[in-house]
Design a protein around this ligand. Sequence first.
Ligand code: AVI
Length: 321
Amino acid sequence: MTSAVCFHDQHYTLDIGQDFLDDAIAGLLDSPKWASPKYFYDYRGSQLFDAICNQPEYYLTRAEEQVLADRAGDIAEVIGENATLIELGSGASRKVRTLLEAVKPRHYLGVDISRDFLIQSTERLAADYPWLDVHAAWADFTSPMHLPSGLDAGGRPVVFFPGSSIGNFTPALARMLLSNLANMLPPGGGLLIGVDRMKDREVLEQAYNDAAGVTAAFNRNLLTRYEIELGSDIDPDQFEHRAFLNEAEQRIEMHLVSRKAQTVALGGLRIPFDAGESIHTENSYKYSDEDFKTLAAHAGFESRALWHDPDRLFSVHYFER
Ligand code: AVI
């Protein structure tokens, strides 16, 4: 599937290349069972993720927003004038507003897998910042991308990858994704990236088990998509949300655990679950600053700046190719 959205008379296309049913079946036939977290983000999933960001336990968003607000001037200085800002996983495009106001780039390109959410949020940006050339690409940014022509303003192209979304990839895949970005950028191109830091188990586990149950709803929404979009008879309520720190792997793991022995229909197959059997739905890796710099260096990025919130919960790194 290919789709493009454009504002201000410019357009291009990117391949989304997703096959939801094949991926869902592959994950549920495997042992242990898994699901790809990229499928969290349909319209409802994106809304739920937005609601997670407002939960008191989910410190990541507030900490990153504080870094961006406190350091907007420093960030603008390292990026320079006439930049092109490419936001990956732009979602509600909230954090980027602080940056846009400080950096005043010439072009903005939002890239997201959630099409309608992307269109809405980039349309809002285009309306709110009439001086900005706004583009949107419905794309799975885990595939290699190229910089669309027409976005060259003589300034620096900078990828903005907020939210510690890089943590949702294994370190090996994260390195590959960063290498793809490095290949997409010209020498001197920038990468402004938010990375969650390793910390106490309690703080981390609370962030993924909010009292209001929003993260649980976000996790189960994946199964609602299997039900509605893939015609499965799976009942999301028969699966329990579980999120915990796997200290050895330095990651939070999210699972959906079957409340009973059951069989589920999907794509013409019948898939058995034992009581207590889990579907591993997400990893959220946490990094020390040095470990993340090393990972980025292996992908071809040099560290230029690093900022933290006052409680040092979260890091915003700036790298150049
Ligand atoms: C998008 N990503 C960085 C979030 C995270 O913290 O790993 C997704 C999320 N999963 C549960 N809560 C939030």
